[in-house]
Ligand binder design. Structure first.
Ligand SMILES: Cc1cc2nc3c(=O)[nH]c(=O)nc-3n(C[C@H](O)[C@H](O)[C@H](O)COP(=O)(O)O)c2cc1C
Length: 400
């Protein structure tokens, strides 16, 4: 049998990219592209993957790795492995009540689910449906009273950690969304073709579009009453995102959030030091999956300098381009204490709901375990740059 290189899957998914392929077949093009795409020329999005791919693990042998432990404690949370399902907006458009399904898979796997501000299922629905409170991701919006009410809701359900996303002062352009006529004011013909894209996916219409509660933004129903689409999201961003926010606003968040607080979207060591001064508990080294400013560094290349600057005082997490458990090991070796998945879980949930996310997480856990054993590590805690060939220097990481 001949395998087309861009369609590696045959009969059963084995990798995250196989789940991507299944998602591609199931979803309307406009939704698949919304997940799959990045900002501008998508070069940062590609660099996230390519730089991780270039990092070489250092194989070590005969070191008694018969006992291997993947558990970590992050911000007071015990996780069975150093992995979280990161915040992904509009999740419930990819599968029926997808955030609940993904949160259940995360719970089953012993890891945390991060509920996005712009989820379809509300934080209350996720907490109730999964039987465990998710972490909550917040955007700082102009309507501070609304943001305060969101923090109050997160506190009410018992969310243990607030993830404040700070890399979206203004939204970057995503050309795929423009081409698919999901943003802006496209001409009538383009809008009709967009409608046809939905109609060409009757299974999605049946299972997701019509199968269940309305597809509104569960956390924003009072602010954005209509359907939770990429266009509505973009309109809300344009009207609500606040480019005047500064580090001083962390004090306001602290007034309303007594629990653990991390900021997501740091790419520069100076900003990491500012985060430390601002009194947060941790940060996520992230470029939003290459969905904001194109041409910024990949997270694999930005992470080491940030971990060196603040890693002994703040919990440093990272995301971007993680497609296997080996990638998780690489980011841990580069200085992260845990890693968030974005597209990986979005593809899996679109492909097969809770079961597919569970299967994908089991595969990542197994990759992680094998990589620990073959790099000669009995625990994720001992991973550092010594686990990499040339400490990562082969991709210019030592210099950063
Ligand atoms: C479809 C999609 C929606 C996203 N929505 C959010 C969001 O609502 N809030 C947020 O902080 N980050 C959001 N992100 C960024 C992710 O949390 C994460 O930083 C990024 O996806 C990591 O890169 P990866 O997709 O290569 O794993 C989104 C990413 C994707 C792909």
């Amino acid at each position: 049998m001949r395998l087309a290189p861009d369609r590696p899957m045959r009969l059963a998914p084995a990798t995250v990219l196989d789940y991507r392929e299944l998602a591609r077949r199931r979803l309307p093009r406009q939704l698949f592209d919304y997940i799959d795409g990045g900002a501008y020329a998508e070069s940062t999005m590609r660099a996230n993957v390519a730089d991780l791919e270039r990092v070489r693990l250092r194989q070590r042998v005969l070191r008694d790795v018969s006992v291997r432990r993947t558990e970590v404690e992050i911000l007071g949370q015990r996780l069975s492995m150093p992995l979280l399902l990161g915040p992904v907006g509009l999740g419930g458009m990819f599968a029926r009540r997808a955030e609940v399904q993904a949160a259940l898979a995360a719970r089953d796997a012993g890891i945390a689910f991060v509920e996005s501000t712009v989820s379809i299922c509300s934080i209350e629905e996720v907490a109730r449906g999964a039987g465990v409170a998710p972490w909550f991701q917040l955007y700082v919006i102009r309507d501070r009273r609304y943001a305060e009410s969101l923090m109050a809701r997160a506190r009410e359900v018992g969310a243990p950690v607030l993830v404040l996303t700070i890399d979206m002062a203004v939204p970057g352009a995503r050309h795929r969304d423009t081409r698919n006529a999901v943003v802006g004011s496209p001409p009538l013909r383009a809008r009709l073709l967009r409608g046809l894209d939905l109609l060409a996916h009757p299974r999605w219409i049946r299972e997701v579009g019509l199968g269940g509660r309305p597809l509104t933004f569960g956390n924003l129903e009072a602010a954005v009453p209509g359907a939770g689409t990429p266009a509505a999201f973009r309109e809300w961003v344009d009207s609500q995102f606040d480019p005047s926010v500064t580090w001083d606003d962390i004090a306001w968040v602290r007034e309303h959030w007594p629990g653990r607080l991390i900021v997501k979207g740091v790419l520069d060591p100076e900003d990491a030091r500012r985060a430390l001064q601002a009194g947060v508990d941790g940060l996520v080294v992230s470029n939003h999956g290459g969905r904001q400013l194109d041409a910024v560094p990949s997270t694999a290349s930005a992470l080491p300098a940030i971990a060196e600057a603040v890693g002994d005082q703040l919990e440093v997490l990272a995301d971007g381009g993680v497609r296997s458990g080996l990638d998780v090991v690489k980011l841990l070796a580069l200085g992260a204490r845990a890693v968030l998945l974005g597209r990986a879980w979005a593809w899996a949930v679109a492909a097969g709901g809770r079961a597919a996310v569970g299967d994908m997480l089991a595969r990542l856990r197994s990759d992680l375990d094998v990589a620990l054993a073959l790099t000669g590590h009995g625990t994720v805690a001992t991973l550092d740059r010594a686990a990499l060939v040339g400490a990562g220097a082969d991709v210019g990481l030592a210099a950063s």
